[in-house]
Every structure is written in C-alpha cells, then in structure tokens.
Design a protein around this ligand. Structure first.
Ligand SMILES: [Zn+2]
Length: 347
C-alpha cells in the first residue's frame, strides 16, 4: 500500500496527523485503533517517517524518498524499535515453509504456529534502548508496538510505567490495537486514541488483485476479509477449494445442480483436507454472489451465473443458516448435504 492509498483510505486520521505534524504538536503516545484490515501499521510507519523526513510534503507527511525515509522503510533506522508479533509470526511461517519440502498433494500438514505474545522482556529491552540518547541526527526516538492485545499483563504494566516516565520530549510511541477494549485502560488514558474507519470493499479487492489473484477471489476477499495477509488469502487451501467449488456450482445448469454438488462432495467434501472453514466459505461465497445478483449485478463484473433460483431471498436465508451451522458443532459434511438439497428444492 503506498502513501496516497493509506492517506486516502483514512481521511480523518490523515487530517489529525497532518495537523500534529504541521503544527509540531506531536503526542507522546498514539494509540491507533481499528479493524484488522485498516492500514494501522502502514500509517504508523508513515508517521515515523514523517517525524524524521528531510523533505515532508505540504501536509507534513514523509516524502518516502530521502535517506531518513528509506532507512525506516528498510528497517535500518537506529532510533526506531518495531515490536510486531504479526510480522514475527509471518517470519516463523516462512521459515517453516522453507525448511520443509513441499508436496503438491498437501499430505504434509505443517505444525500450526501461534502468533507470539509480547513478553515483558521485550518491553524491558525497549526501556534500556530508550535510556540511551538518540543516534540518528533527527533526535527522535520512536517505537511502534503492533497487536497491543497480544501483550502479557506483566508486559502491559511495564509499558505503562514506561509511558508514565518519558525520558525525553522527542519520544513518540505508536501503539496499535484492534479495539481499545482489550488494552489496559491506564495505557489507553495515556495515549491519544486515533480511530481508523473500516476499509472499503474496493480497497481490499484492489489489494488482492495487486497480489495477482483473479477477480472472483478479489471480490470474495472484499467481503470475507478477516485481516489475513494477501498471501494467507491467496494461498489458503480452504479459500481455494471453496472458490473452485463455487465456480462449478454457479456454472452448472439448474437441472444439474444437485448432480454437480454431489460430485463436488465426493471430490472435495469427503476428502481429508476439507475443513469446516472451507464449508463456511462455500456458503458465504454463494451468499455474496446471489446477494449481489439481487442488489447490484454490475459488481459481479461479468461473472456468469447459470443457476437461477426461483426465490433468491429464500436461497439467501438457507445459506445464512448453513454458514451459521458451520460455526457450531454440527457435522459439516451433513450440513453440506442438507443445504444442497434445500437449495435444490428452490431451483
Ligand atoms: Zn523523506
């Protein structure tokens, strides 16, 4: 995501930060709050660049090209600490992928990884780092902590102490959370909270398209986005199995719907890799397609739908119920079978 996209997607946030930068009224600590998909980390990095940039623009934001900006972009700015359990998780995952020989049949299931928690040690390291004076010529010392919710209680208390006793005027904390409800209220009260707006379907869809996925995958991501990285979305087996099945289902003729569905069940649903998550995606994706067909077919962008339910609203209801069942403890191949047969009756 480039600077313009980040700023345009969050006009209110851009205005608040621009004011602070232009009038030299930088808060000691910001708390960026917003959904997973909102570009909070991107904004934090842009803010860090803007504090030290040699040639800021008319709004006070970083040029993105000077030495200072590039150092931040390349993680080589000596006075910036970036604590990010999500990117640590991405690195762990990449390492795990690299250390295994990939099999095309998907028979080796990698050990599930967990997003690490932020430990007290990391905050202690931060404190000792901030005890020394700035090394870069701009004099700012900046720290970004992403995923404040992932902080242990001890780490939270250590951070609170740190926020209470700033060592210098030129310290800026850029803290990031999905919701301030999950952050110690004493931390929240010491920060200027900045709320990010939800991200529009279009922005998400463009991001998925940029990563090389096709139109249908991008359209679905724009509705089903839960904050995955682009790679997680485009590489997800559940997503891809579901997309494959949905394409075949909507391309089948009404009389052949049940037949196609049963064939897919034998091929995919009853295979070992099929998950409840995939089942839910199938119902949610069909729901989105028929919802758009009803409300705004232009958004389907030429996607051919041969299936014509007699009663689309009835279909939508059945699909909603099926999706909800996937969240429960139902046996999902059975949910699939029952749902297909209910849908077929409405054709
Ligand atoms: Zn710059």
């Amino acid at each position: 995501m480039d600077k313009t996209t980040v700023l345009q997607s969050q006009p209110m946030v851009a205005r608040i930060l621009s004011n602070a930068l232009l009038h030299d009224r930088i808060s000691h600590a910001y708390l960026f709050v917003g959904s997973k998909a909102a570009p909070k980390k991107e904004m934090a990095l842009l803010m860090a660049q803007s504090l030290v940039c040699d040639h800021p623009d008319a709004q006070g934001f970083a040029c993105g090209q000077c030495d200072q900006c590039l150092k931040i972009q390349n993680h080589s700015y000596a006075d910036l600490v970036d604590i990010d359990p999500f990117s640590a998780y991405e690195k762990l995952k990449a390492n795990q992928g690299a250390s295994k020989t990939k099999k095309n049949d998907g028979s080796t299931k990698p050990k599930p990884l967990a997003i690490p928690r932020i430990a007290k040690d990391e905050i202690a390291q931060l404190q000792s780092f901030f005890a020394t004076s700035a090394m870069e010529r701009k004099g700012w010392k900046i720290y970004i902590i992403n995923g404040l919710e992932r902080m242990s209680e001890e780490a939270g208390n250590a951070l609170l102490k740190f926020l209470e006793e700033p060592k210098s005027e030129k310290i800026c904390a850029l803290l990031i959370a999905e919701s301030s409800n999950n952050v110690l209220s004493t931390i929240v009260s010491r920060c200027q909270t900045i709320r990010f707006q939800g991200v529009s379907h279009q922005v998400i869809s463009d991001r998925v398209l940029e990563s090389g996925a096709d139109d249908l995958s991008a359209l679905m991501a724009s509705y089903l986005w839960r904050g995955e990285t682009m790679e997680e979305w485009t590489d997800s087996r559940s997503v891809n199995d579901a997309l494959g099945m949905v394409v075949q289902l909507i391309a089948s003729d009404n009389p052949h719907f049940r037949e196609t569905a049963i064939k897919l069940e034998n091929d995919v649903v009853l295979s070992t890799g099929f998950t409840k998550e995939c089942g839910k995606y199938i119902f949610d994706m069909l729901y989105i397609i028929y919802m758009l067909q009803l409300k705004d077919p232009t958004l389907l962008n030429g996607l051919t739908i041969r299936l014509q339910p007699k009663n689309i609203t009835r279909w939508l209801l059945i699909l909603t119920q099926a999706s909800a069942k996937c969240d429960g403890s139902y046996y999902y191949p059975l949910v699939y079978e029952q749902t297909i047969s209910r849908l077929a009756k409405e054709l």
